[in-house]
Structures are given as structure tokens and as C-alpha cells.
Design a protein around this ligand. Structure first.
Ligand SMILES: Cc1cc2nc3c(=O)[nH]c(=O)nc-3n(C[C@H](O)[C@H](O)[C@H](O)COP(=O)(O)OP(=O)(O)OC[C@H]3O[C@@H](n4cnc5c(N)ncnc54)[C@H](O)[C@@H]3O)c2cc1C
Length: 436
């Protein structure tokens, strides 16, 4: 039976485990460096193409219970002038919703499904991959060698294993990627910083839409993450962008790609004083913050190849991109399904990994590049450039045809335009009688 080792129990690794299991693979191990799966991070959005794949995996109901259907996306000029407001998900005619969800909630649902379906020992926490030799014997068909360090209570140890297939799902600072690309170094930083967090506040103060607002240096993204509870409050996700300082650059390696760096709201709240869009006040959202985290605007350079023999990459390990356009988690979910489909439809696993990469790398490379140019959020920069003081009529600043073309180009680059999504998943897998 094929032994598939997945390094990393984030959104990409857990989705891949569920998809591979659904495709008939029975020997799957996910190794996760964190000692337990905890609800860390803040909110993210899943576009309808990813939601469609979660539906196919039978976890959509559980994900939706802790999420909000994103109904509307608004772009605002820094002055408060509205650039555009567009329906999203079901309201835009998709057969699947767009979802706003806490990263930790999504990860919890996926991890529970992995443990329930694959068995508790399929997800091993407290296990860190420290070394990978993709081709230890120099043969493309040979099995990769993996070194692990683990903690079991007070006990620490290490082990070396040779799985049949190795999937690097270990995020932006991936050890598997580093083994395939020695010398790549820390993720490049563009000089901006994102302050992120979640606030609990009265539903009527939070808006029912997602907004992205700002100018050429500062931006705010705010949206509700939960439906109102019995006490009438909702969780609100916020991510604020502004210039970083030389101190950030000096910290280099450790700072870049660390999602858990806590900061005080007071360090940056003054930059967004007076910001209010559609009745939602940024200062009020920040005053209700449970915690705040700082993350540098980093991504990865697109790679010329993800695969070496029986080892490949998925999710951020393969294509970390700026958090623009809701594609980080979205594309990672799609990767998992695409990988399982390729492995289920090819006899030779080396050919399957090559087919997976040929399908996914062009799409995600285009998105990495598009996100460096601000993706669909470029409308905010254009509005600021053309009308720095604001405007009365947006159509004189960015004509409707130009706005529509920007949105349509990005959706088709990411394969989440309505026609493509509604045509159904290309990653269905024929049922198999026995375990692969
Ligand atoms: C703590 C955290 C918080 C985040 N918060 C947000 C957020 O608020 N908003 C947002 O849009 N995106 C956030 N992200 C990123 C987002 O989850 C990803 O962009 C997207 O979901 C793709 O996920 P991934 O599974 O490829 O990578 P990740 O989510 O980064 O998951 C990678 C996993 O691999 C594990 N890992 C890393 N190295 C090793 C190793 N050597 N051995 C074993 N396991 C390893 C990590 O612990 C992690 O669980 C966060 C990521 C993390 C890790």
C-alpha cells in the first residue's frame, strides 16, 4: 500500500489528506510541528472554487457552521468615497458561496475530519521535519528520505523514514521546499506590514459586507467572521496595512513568515484614526480587539518546478503569495484535490506528481505575479492616483468597463470566474473498491 507522508497540518495538508483518503489511499500520515492544533491566526476568505472542493469532500456543512457567507465586497477610497460594491458567492450567481472563516476554525474542522476518517494516528502533532533528501540514491523513481524530530510528553527523539510519496505542505518557510531549492533563503519582504486580529462587537456596528479601503500606503480590510450569536455580537476580522520600519528589516530571517508575532493595538491604531466606511469605524473595531498580530508583507518567488521524483509541494510551500484577493487558503484547498485526482488517475506516481504540477503551477504562478501588482485591489491605488482628494462620481475616475475588466481578469487567472466554477469540479475521482 502506498505510504504518503504530508508535512504540515495546515489548510493545504489537511485538505490533501482528506482528498487522498476519498480517492482510496489508505496509508496517509500528516506530520505537524505544532504540539497541538490550536485556533491561531485570524480570518480568511474561501472563494467559491475552494468551497466547491470542500463540498465534494463532505466537510462544507461543518465549515459553514463556523463561517459567514460573504455577501458583498466594497472598495472605498481613503476619503470615504465608494469605488464599487459587488455581490459575492451565491448572490453573484455562483452555485457555491464565498465564505469568511477564522483560519483556526477551518483548520479545526479539517483536523477533526482527518482524525475521524483516517484514524487518530493519521495526524501526528509535535513532529517536525528537519531534513529531506528527495533522491537519496540519485534515482528519480527512488523514495525520499525524511528526518523527523518528535516530542512525546517529556520524551524527545528523532527518526528517519522513507515514504513512497512526500508532500511538502509546510507553509511559507517550508523545509521540504528548502531541500528542493537549497539557498533560497528567507521570503522576500516588500517593506509593508500587516496588523491583523479579530474583534467581538455588536452586529449592527460591524456591517454585513467585506470592505477594502485606503490609499497608496495604508489599507484596511474588515469583514464579519460569524453570524450574530444570541447576545447579538459577531466576530470581525481586520487586517490593516502600512509601511514597516528599518527595525523590521534588520530582524530579517526570524520575522519573515512568522504569523504569531503579537503587538499592541496602540502601536498602529493612530494611523487609521477617523477611518470610517459604510458606517463601520475602524477605531471602534480596534477598540474591541481580542489580540493583534504583525506580519510582514512577504511572499515567495514563483518556482520553475515544485516536484522532484516522488516529492512535491502544495499550498504556501509551493506558491506563497501576498494576502490579496483571498487566494492563499483558496488555492491550497484546490491543490489538495488536484493532487489526489492526479494520483488516482495515473498508474505511475512520478507521472502523477508531474501532472499535478502541470495543472496547478501555471495558475498559482499567475496569481503570485498578479498579487505583486495588488491583484483586484489595484482599483484603490488607481482611484488614489487619479483623484487623491476623493470624488463625487467614480465612473469619471475609473470607468465601469475598466473596473469590470480588472475583476474579470483576476477571476479568470485564479479559475474562480462564475462559468468555470459552476461547470463543476474537474477533480472528481472514480470510486475504487480496494485501498491503493
Ligand atoms: C499560525 C498561522 C496563522 C495564519 N494566519 C493567517 C491569517 O490570519 N490570514 C490569512 O489569510 N492567512 C493566515 N495564515 C496563512 C494561511 O493559513 C495560508 O496562507 C493558507 O491557508 C495556506 O495554508 P498552508 O497549509 O499551505 O500553510 P500554513 O497555514 O502555513 O500551514 C503550514 C503548516 O505546516 C507546519 N509546519 C511548518 N514547518 C514544518 C515542519 N518542518 N515540519 C512539520 N510541520 C511543519 C506549520 O506548523 C503549519 O501548521 C496563517 C498561517 C499560520 C501558520
Amino acid at each position: 500500500m502506498t505510504h504518503i507522508m504530508i508535512v504540515g497540518g495546515g489548510v493545504a495538508g489537511l485538505t490533501a489528506a482528506l482528498a487522498l483518503h476519498a480517492a482510496g489511499f489508505a496509508r496517509i500520515t500528516v506530520v505537524e510541528a505544532a504540539r497541538e492544533i490550536r485556533p491561531v491566526g485570524a480570518g480568511l476568505n474561501l472563494m467559491p472554487n475552494a468551497v466547491r472542493e470542500l463540498d465534494a469532500l463532505g466537510v462544507l456543512g461543518a465549515v459553514e457552521r463556523g463561517a459567514v457567507r460573504t455577501r458583498e465586497l466594497r472598495y472605498y477610497h481613503r476619503s470615504g468615497s465608494l469605488i464599487s460594491r459587488d455581490p459575492r458567492g451565491l448572490r453573484a450567481g455562483y452555485l457555491w458561496p464565498q465564505l469568511s472563516v477564522h483560519r483556526g476554525e477551518l483548520q479545526r474542522v479539517l483536523a477533526e475530519a482527518v482524525r475521524a476518517r483516517l484514524g487518530p494516528s493519521a495526524l501526528l502533532t509535535g513532529v517536525r521535519v528537519t531534513g529531506v533528501e528527495p533522491l537519496p540514491d540519485g534515482m528519480p523513481e527512488g523514495r525520499p528520505r525524511v528526518t523527523l524530530e518528535y516530542r512525546d510528553g517529556a520524551r524527545r527523539g528523532s527518526a528517519s523514514l522513507e515514504p513512497d510519496l512526500l508532500i511538502g505542505a509546510d507553509g511559507i518557510r517550508s523545509a521540504v521546499r528548502a531541500a528542493l531549492n537549497p539557498g533560497e533563503g528567507a521570503p522576500p519582504w516588500n517593506g509593508a506590514v500587516i496588523w491583523r486580529g479579530v474583534s467581538r462587537m455588536p452586529a449592527e456596528r460591524a456591517g454585513t459586507f467585506m470592505f477594502i479601503a485606503g490609499d497608496d500606503t495604508h489599507k484596511a480590510v474588515v469583514y464579519p467572521l460569524t453570524e450574530p450569536g444570541t447576545e447579538g455580537t459577531v466576530q470581525v476580522n481586520w487586517a490593516l496595512l502600512g509601511p514597516g520600519s528599518a527595525a523590521h528589516d534588520a530582524e530579517d530571517g526570524a520575522y519573515r513568515g512568522d504569523w504569531n508575532r503579537a503587538v499592541d493595538v496602540g502601536d498602529f491604531a493612530h494611523r487609521f484614526a477617523g477611518w470610517e466606511f459604510g458606517g463601520v469605524r475602524v477605531a471602534e473595531v480596534l477598540a474591541a480587539a481580542e489580540a493583534a498580530y504583525e506580519y510582514p508583507m512577504v511572499d515567495r518567488e514563483p518556482l520553475a518546478s515544485w516536484t522532484c521524483g516522488r516529492t512535491t509541494l502544495i499550498g504556501d510551500a509551493a506558491h506563497a503569495m501576498y494576502p490579496v484577493g483571498s487566494n492563499g487558503a483558496t488555492q491550497s484547498v484546490v491543490d489538495g484535490r488536484a493532487l489526489a485526482h492526479a494520483l488516482a488517475t495515473h498508474r505511475d506516481p512520478v507521472a502523477a506528481l508531474a501532472a499535478y504540477e502541470a495543472d496547478r503551477r501555471p495558475v498559482t504562478t499567475a496569481l503570485q505575479r498578479a498579487n505583486r501588482r495588488q491583484g483586484p485591489e489595484v482599483v484603490i491605488n488607481l482611484a488614489h492616483e487619479r483623484a487623491p482628494g476623493g470624488f463625487r462620481d467614480v465612473d469619471t475616475v475609473i470607468p465601469p468597463s475598466e473596473r469590470a475588466a480588472i475583476a474579470a481578469r483576476y477571476a479568470s487567472q485564479g479559475a474562480f470566474d462564475r462559468e468555470t466554477v459552476n461547470a463543476g469540479s474537474p477533480y472528481g475521482v472514480p470510486a475504487r473498491g480496494r485501498a491503493r
